[in-house]
Design a protein around this ligand. Structure first.
Ligand SMILES: O=c1[nH]cc([C@@H]2O[C@H](COP(=O)(O)OP(=O)(O)OP(=O)(O)O)[C@@H](O)[C@H]2O)c(=O)[nH]1
Length: 611
């Protein structure tokens, strides 16, 4: 029996799994897929440093594995299979990519690195649709990745060696198999378990829905007019499977344009030939509607919809309306839009948060971005209405406005602090582990605000004492951001202005999301102050979202636009940050990525006194 209708779409096709992994074979056959196994001969030796993110590396490896099998099979009997699936699983921690261990010592190195910590497991997947015509092989590649967070318990050396001696680690990414003995090492898992084992089945099925059962044209148009983006659920596949016999491998889907409507009614042209209308511009319509989606999210956050549903959901629209003190009709529409945006789920019992919403959009919690959303709603939204003049006149248009100073009023300051706190908490661990900082015993986070990064640094490096140095009016509020029962043992808050006051002594100085706020002259002033305070051998850690051609244009887009609408300051490229550190006496400048959007630059203060 095939449970997922979308897997059924592949039953009449020749499907090949380009993998030697017994786990992938098992996951896919248990899902009801029928396929042959042809292990890939692609050597997994791509240059990791050439990829902007670890998952881009995993995706490319998966793609190369599948492409190798497709072309080999085509060459052999001039008939490629219909579909080839490739996958690659990697583990990442502190900017390092771990694959299968080379030997026992290597397994030990990997497992001790993971010991007691949380790491990410990425599986990149490539689905290749092949078409052989006149001896030519034509291939369409659809690719995606899935991330799962896994936390290891604190494990003794003896236990690690016992596990290594079991032989289990050797053919597993990161040196452990979560589905077997390795499960004993794991304290918790956040995300898709099967992704860790080697194949993200859930995401794969969703991709198949996009490829084989895009929403029907009427649905797309209705959705567009109501400004609700299409949502990828298995239900779409079920509906299509029941109501649309022709729901097949649409070219639109295979070409990777997910959610694109199939070609519309076709009329004969003057030669009696059928002419295809131009492709439906779904992506463009999504783009046009994008601001409405943002505003719906901002509004639901402001009205505390996600808090109410986190505490009491699932609830009917009428009950949510009562609790947020809003109209039933307006609330119902907002809730439906949130469902379409993938933020809420709707069942017979009412509306409930998705995991994403409970984790990031409710106002409390270690991963809450509620403050960050509020800041965008109340501040960025207004500032960005000036984009046209900023583009016409350049950043001086923003300079003409009264200075946006987050410390102007208590409310605005607190709002800004909440935004920074949420964002920093979310990325602090990745920043703290981007480099091995264990050689430092003292650090000073300049402009460290609520201490979210400082706390993570102290947690990650047990010998490290961290000072947060920020304006007195900021320091005055930090206690309200401390987690309950929190004792600031190795963490100190010192009030001061990094442009005016002496900087606290430290071996490592941290400037996280600070430099982009300042124009070049101020950046030089600040860096020369840091350079003077930093002793030879000390370090400077700069954290920014760099304008960087390596990163997909889309990810650095907000940074590029921010630079236009801000009165002062500008985003800079990695080359510029490297050069700035060099100009101020920092050598051995290294760069690492912290997650998708942040770059971390570490320089060591050279011994010569003149920078
Ligand atoms: O918890 C677990 N983590 C990982 C695995 C297995 O690890 C390997 C990952 O290696 P890779 O993606 O390169 O795949 P290969 O086994 O080399 O097969 P290919 O022919 O596809 O390259 C993978 O087998 C996971 O299943 C695990 O079992 N548990």
């Amino acid at each position: 029996m095939v449970l997922s209708p979308v897997i059924g779409k592949l039953l009449h096709k020749r499907v090949v799994l380009a993998s030697a992994s017994p786990r992938r074979r098992e996951i896919l056959s248990q899902a009801g897929l029928r396929f042959e196994v042809v292990p890939s001969r692609f050597k997994e030796k791509l240059d990791k440093a050439a990829f902007p993110t670890p998952y881009a590396y995993a995706i490319e490896t998966a793609k190369q594995k599948a492409l190798e099998v497709a072309s080999r099979m085509h060459q052999k009997d001039l008939r490629a299979p219909d579909v080839v699936i490739g996958a690659d699983t990697i583990v990442t921690i502190g900017g390092l990519i771990l694959e299968k261990p080379a030997d026992k010592q290597d397994a030990y190195r990997m497992l001790s690195r993971l010991n007691g910590k949380e790491h990410s497991v990425f599986t990149g997947v490539a689905i290749i649709h092949c078409c052989s015509e006149d001896g030519q092989l034509d291939m369409d590649v659809c690719e995606f990745h899935e991330e799962t967070m896994v936390k290891f318990s604190e494990l003794s050396e003896d236990l690690l060696w016992e596990y290594i001696d079991s032989g289990e680690p050797m053919d597993k990414a990161g040196g452990y198999g979560i589905q077997a003995l390795g499960g004993m090492l794991v304290e918790c898992v956040r995300g898709d378990f099967l992704n860790v084992v080697g194949f993200p089945l859930n995401h794969f099925c969703k991709k198949l829905v996009e490829l084989y059962c895009p929403p029907r044209r009427e649905d797309v148009q209705r959705v567009k007019h109501e400004s609700i983006p299409a949502v990828d659920t298995f239900e779409i596949a079920s509906d299509a499977a029941q109501g649309d016999e022709g729901c097949g491998p649409s070219r639109a889907g295979v070409d990777g344009h997910s959610g694109q409507a199939p070609a519309g009614p076709q009329g004969p042209d003057t030669n009696g030939l059928v002419e295809n209308p131009p492709p439906f511009p779904s992506d463009l319509l999504d783009l046009i509607d994008g601001f409405k989606a943002s505003k719906a999210l901002f509004t639901a956050c402001k009205l505390k919809v996600f808090d109410v549903l986190k505490e009491e959901g699932p609830l009917k629209a009428v009950d949510v309306a009562r609790k947020i003190n809003a109209s039933v009709c307006g609330t119902g529409r907002l809730l439906d839009v949130c469902v379409a945006l993938g933020l809420l789920e709707k069942t017979d019992t009412g509306y409930g948060n998705t995991r994403l919403a409970s984790r990031h959009l409710a106002s409390e919690g270690a991963c809450s971005l509620h403050g960050f959303v509020a800041y965008h709603d109340e501040h960025a939204w207004t500032v960005f209405t000036d984009l046209e003049s900023a583009v016409r006149q350049g950043p001086q248009a923003a300079a003409g406005r009264p200075e946006e100073d987050p410390s102007q009023s208590r409310d605005r300051r607190l709002r800004f602090m909440r935004a920074m706190h949420g964002l920093t908490q979310l990325t602090a661990r990745q920043v703290a582990t981007a480099f091995d900082l264990s050689r430092f015993t003292s650090a000073c986070d300049l402009g460290g605000c609520t201490g979210a990064l400082a706390r993570e640094l102290a947690r990650e490096y047990p010998r490290l004492k961290v000072t947060v140095f920020d304006l007195p009016e900021v320091i005055e509020h930090v206690s309200s951001f401390h987690p309950e029962g929190w004792q600031p043992e190795r963490l100190h808050f010192v009030p001061g202005d990094f442009f005016k006051d002496d900087l606290p002594d430290a071996q490592l100085y941290v400037l996280s999301r600070i430099l982009h706020d300042w124009a070049d002259d101020r950046v030089h002033e600040l860096l020369s102050r840091v350079s003077r305070s930093c002793k030879p051998g000390g370090g400077l850690l700069v954290v920014e979202t760099a304008l960087d051609e390596r990163r997909a244009a889309r990810a650095s887009l907000p940074a590029a636009l921010n630079a236009l609408v801000r009165a002062q300051g500008r985003e800079r490229s990695l080359a510029e940050y490297r050069s700035l550190l060099g100009q101020h006496g920092f050598r051995d400048v290294q760069v690492a990525q912290a997650g998708d959007r942040l770059d971390v630059v570490l320089g060591t203060r050279a011994s010569s006194s003149a920078p």
